[in-house]
Design a binder for this molecule. Sequence first.
Ligand code: NAD
Length: 289
Amino acid sequence: MKITFIGLGNMGGGMAANLVMAGHAVNAFDLSKEALARAKTNGCATFTAVREAVKGVDAVVSMLPNGKIVERVFEVDVVGHAPTDALLIDCSTIDVDTARKVTAIAVVAGYSMLDAPVSGGIAAANGGMLTFMVGGTDSAFIRAEPILSAMGKAVIHAGKSGAGQAAKICNNMLLGASMIATCETFAMAEKLGLNLQTFYDISSKASGQNWSMTSYCPIPGVGPTSPADNGYQGGFATALMLKDLKLAMEAAQLFEAKVPMGERAAQLYQAFADAGQGELDFSAIIKTL
Ligand code: NAD
């Protein structure tokens, strides 16, 4: 297929490269010259305008920083410029409302569009191991599956338009809260005189077990290799966790959901980021506990 990829940053760069490796012809666009140069090295054709990049393609995939940018790029430069039979897929993490609004604009103009945010970080993007949660119609989902499969290990239809973003922020709100709960628990276990490896051996097989503990343990040297073993470098940056928690809080307010644990997690990650720790992996919040 001929696919346009917009937004070739930390995530999009690897995703576009995986589409090339799967045999697709990829037209790449980014505002950054460095990102475009990397895409060229990875086998993409590069463009200096979205309108040019979307001419005659079968699909347009985007991986952009936020909802405002996604809205502007699709409304101004994709809709009306890509062929109407091109499938539009936004993989950025943005708010549910904007995702639905952009899809509605595309649909009115005759396109099919999906929101397809991802779980998994830069390593998963580079390795084609992302999980996609997809919102949109059944027919659009069926068309998108082979494209997304080339970039991920799982492609799941979450429901209608906006459902992908809803699943993403609900999952990450739970992740943020469970990471803090895991961190404070290890910190207390230490204060109570427990050996932390011994506590891990017990709790990872008991009812406190959770992903933050057993796949991403915040204690160096305990559990599988995680960012904690690397000085909390790499992994999922606190700033990105905070972005997702803010989206979750906006959604909670808009849809009148009671989320006291999510709210507290957002406050604690905000304070950690304000203290200049936004670049560290989100498990580094244990330093404050
Ligand atoms: P990034 O900042 O590395 O990349 C974004 C890219 O978009 C940059 O190259 C930037 O130049 C480009 N860009 C900005 N405005 C543009 C425009 N108008 N037109 C074209 N290109 C434009 O960010 P990232 O880490 O790759 O994240 C991208 C998205 O993926 C975000 O929505 C983020 O929340 C989500 N996400 C990131 C991770 C992660 O671990 N980094 C994990 C899951 C989801």
